[in-house]
Design a protein around this ligand. Structure first.
Ligand SMILES: [Zn+2]
Length: 451
C-alpha cells in the first residue's frame, strides 16, 4: 500500500514536471535545457530526464545550438511541429472560419464559409463547420489521427455539463447540443466554448494580454461579448470566464436588442446597431465594408462623425462598468468592429471611460487594442486543444483511426475515445506518427503566434 502510494507520487511528480516543461517550452521555444531549468526551477537532471522522454515520443525536437559563454554550445529545443495539429473554428456573424495549426501554432490551412446574417440555423452552421474541418485536413495533407483536437468558438453561453449545450439567444439557439451534432463528422476531440473567451485566450497567450495577471478582453463585432481573465499567466492555473457584457443595460428602456431586452450595450455599439443608428445608405454589401465606409465618412460628414462620437461614449460607459466591476489592470478591445472603431476612436473611448469610472480603478487600468487582428477567435479556439495537450489531459482517439481516418470522416463513424497516456514512453508511442522529414505537406503561412 505504502509502496503503491510512493510509486504514484513519483508518477504524479514526473507528470507535473512534464506539464510544467511543456508549457514553458511552448512559450519560449526555441530554448535550451538550461533555459528551461532556470525558467521552471526544476533541476537540470529533472529537465534532462523529461526532455529525453519528450524527444523519444517525438513531441520535442532539437533545433540547432547556440554558443554559451566559453562553454559547450547549448542545444536548442522546440516543440516538434509535425507531432500533431490543432484546429480552431470561429462561428461568427457573417462567416464560419476553420483554421489548422501545427504544434508551434504556425497556420497550415484555412477555410472560410459565408453565413447569411439572417440565417444562423444550427444545421447550416454545423454543416459549414464539418465542411471546413474536412477542407483544412485535405489542404494541409494532415491525417485525422494527427489532429489533437478542434476548438470551436461560438456566440452565446456554453454550458459544460454531461453534454455541452450552447445557449445562443441572439442566434435563436436554445440548448443546442453542438458537439453531438458535429461528432458524426469528426474523428478527434471537440472543445466548444464562447467565442469572446477563445479570443481572450488568444490575446492572453500571444497578443496584447501577454504578461497580464488580470485582464478583460472585449469582443466587438456585430455582437458584443467579453472574457474576464483572472489569476495569472497561461499554464499557471489562471481562469477566464466569458461575460455577456453586450447584454448589460446602459440605457433604461432604450433601443430593442436582439436578445429581446432593451437598452443593451450591444444595441448601441454592435456593428449592426451602429449602422442602424446611422440609418443612411452606405456603400458596401456587408457589415464590415459598411462600417468601414461610415468610419471614412466621419472625416467629412457631420452625421457620421456624430454617430461615431456617440459610439465612443457608449463603448466608454461599457468599459467603465468593467473597470468598476473588475479593476482588471488591462482592458483589450478586439473583434473586427472593435479594432476598426478603436483605431480611430481610442482617445475618445479612453476619455469616456475615465469620466464614468472610479478614479483609482481607472488610473490602474490600461486600455489597449488587440494585437492579433480580427481572426483571433479561431486562433484562440485552437488553444483549447493545445491547453489540454500541454496539461496532459487531452483525450486521443483510437490509434486505428489513422488507418481509416479519411474513410471515417466521410462515413461519419465516431471512433472510440481513449485517454492519452502520459507515460507513453514506457509502452511505446500510443499513436503512430508521420516519419521524421515527411512533415506538413503545405504549411506556407509563417508563424505568427508562439515565440
Ligand atoms: Zn441584449
Amino acid at each position: 500500500m505504502m509502496a503503491e502510494r510512493r510509486r504514484s507520487t513519483v508518477r504524479d511528480l514526473r507528470r507535473d514536471n512534464r506539464s510544467v516543461l511543456l508549457w514553458s517550452l511552448f512559450f519560449s521555444q526555441p530554448c535550451s535545457r538550461q533555459d528551461l531549468s532556470e525558467a521552471t526551477g526544476l533541476s537540470s537532471a529533472s529537465v534532462s530526464n523529461v526532455i529525453r522522454e519528450l524527444i523519444s515520443e517525438g513531441i520535442v525536437t532539437e533545433a540547432g545550438s547556440v554558443d554559451s559563454d566559453g562553454g559547450r554550445p547549448r542545444v536548442l529545443l522546440r516543440m516538434n511541429p509535425a507531432y500533431g495539429y490543432v484546429i480552431g473554428v470561429d462561428v461568427g456573424e457573417t462567416r464560419v472560419r476553420v483554421e489548422m495549426f501545427d504544434l508551434t501554432m504556425t497556420a497550415c490551412a484555412r477555410a472560410d464559409y459565408p453565413l447569411d446574417p439572417r440565417e444562423h440555423g444550427v444545421d447550416v452552421v454545423a454543416e459549414r463547420i464539418s465542411a471546413g474541418l474536412g477542407s483544412v485536413l485535405a489542404d494541409s495533407g494532415a491525417d485525422p489521427s494527427d489532429v489533437l483536437g478542434a476548438g470551436v468558438g461560438v456566440p452565446g453561453v456554453v454550458e459544460h455539463g454531461a453534454e455541452v449545450l450552447v445557449h445562443g439567444q441572439t442566434y435563436g439557439w436554445d440548448a443546442i447540443p453542438l458537439e453531438r451534432l458535429l461528432r458524426p463528422s469528426t474523428g478527434f476531440p471537440l472543445y466548444i466554448d464562447n467565442g469572446a473567451k477563445t479570443m481572450g485566450q488568444a490575446e492572453l497567450w500571444f497578443g496584447a494580454g501577454r504578461g497580464a495577471g488580470h485582464a478583460v478582453v472585449c469582443l466587438v463585432g456585430s455582437g458584443v461579448g467579453a472574457s474576464v481573465i483572472t489569476g495569472g499567466s497561461p499554464g499557471l492555473g489562471g481562469t477566464s470566464i466569458s461575460a455577456e457584457w453586450g447584454h448589460t443595460t446602459i440605457v433604461a428602456g432604450g433601443r430593442p436588442c436582439r436578445c429581446g431586452s432593451r437598452g443593451c450595450l450591444e444595441a448601441y455599439v454592435g456593428a449592426e446597431a451602429i449602422l442602424e443608428r446611422y440609418g443612411l445608405p452606405l456603400p458596401g454589401d456587408d457589415e464590415e465594408s459598411s462600417l468601414a465606409a461610415l468610419v471614412d465618412a466621419a472625416a467629412t460628414a457631420p452625421r457620421a462623425a456624430e454617430i461615431l462620437d456617440e459610439t465612443a461614449l457608449y463603448l466608454g460607459i461599457g468599459i467603465a462598468n468593467l473597470v468598476n466591476l473588475f479593476s482588471p489592470g488591462r482592458i483589450i478591445l478586439g473583434g473586427w468592429a472593435g479594432l476598426m472603431l478603436g483605431e480611430r476612436l481610442m482617445p475618445a473611448i479612453r476619455e469616456a471611460t475615465r469620466r464614468h469610472s472610479l478614479a483609482h480603478h481607472f488610473a490602474e487600468t490600461s486600455i489597449e487594442l488587440g494585437q492579433l487582428g480580427p481572426d483571433a477567435v479561431a486562433l484562440g479556439a485552437a488553444t483549447l486543444p493545445i491547453e489540454r495537450f500541454l496539461n496532459g489531459t487531452a483525450v486521443m482517439r483510437n490509434p486505428s483511426l489513422r488507418a481509416d481516418g479519411r474513410a471515417m470522416l466521410a462515413r461519419g463513424s465516431p471512433g472510440t475515445p481513449v485517454q492519452l497516456s502520459r507515460s507513453r514512453s514506457a509502452s511505446g508511442p500510443a499513436r503512430r506518427r508521420r516519419p521524421a522529414g515527411t512533415a506538413r505537406a503545405r504549411c506556407p503561412t509563417p508563424c505568427r503566434a508562439a515565440g
